[in-house]
Design a binder for this molecule. Sequence first.
Ligand code: PEP
Length: 250
Amino acid sequence: MRQPLVAGNWKLNGSLASTKELLAGIKAGLAEVVNAEVAVCPPYIFIPEAQAQLAGSSVAWGGQNLSAETSGAFTGEISASMLRDFGCKYVLVGHSERRTLYGEDSALVAKKFAAAKEAGLIPILCVGEALEERQQGITEDIVAGQLATVIDQSGITALDGAVIAYEPVWAIGTGMTATPEQAQAVHAYIRSQLAQHDNAIAGDMRILYGGSMKPENAVELLAQDDIDGGLIGGAALNAENFLSICKAAN
Ligand code: PEP
């Protein structure tokens, strides 16, 4: 039985004051969310605030990114062990904004995935196709390639306990959502790819959907057999909307 996970990706948003308010709002509405796991990924600098407010609650927190390196002359970077120092449980790896805006290729993403595992963080590995790739009918090839680089680098057992987020790039922050059928098809495909290596890991893998998930479409998406939760961007910035998705996953 896979426990649903709803994770909020706050991206580059908020102030210290709005972060305090959002954290308090999420905490206040948690009573009805007992079966789904909830996590938030604030900007790095607000992680200590998340830790202060969420420690002892059922909400986990994590980073939106990490360095592939462990220490040294890498100005501006944050390592996996630094995230662990602040109680992070999760870390996003290979979000499409990192891949497209910051040139992270699959090899670097695989290195980051390995660094996260090494430090005891749970990587949420983001995969997904661009619009033109979907239009060319190569969605499965793209997603399979993104998964394969990680499996080649770390081995299938490294995916044990990890999380995958299928995020069609054309649906992120655009208001365009994959239909439940489109999303389910790719989720089932991802699981089948994992099953080629290890049936148990495939069966246990939580595969989240991300891409303009909101209260209005969450119930239908989350009802699909292979959709085990959501990675939420825009809708995670409002406690009421985020909690409503958490309840849908519950
Ligand atoms: C995301 O950034 O991972 C995401 C899914 O964003 P949004 O929900 O805004 O599309």
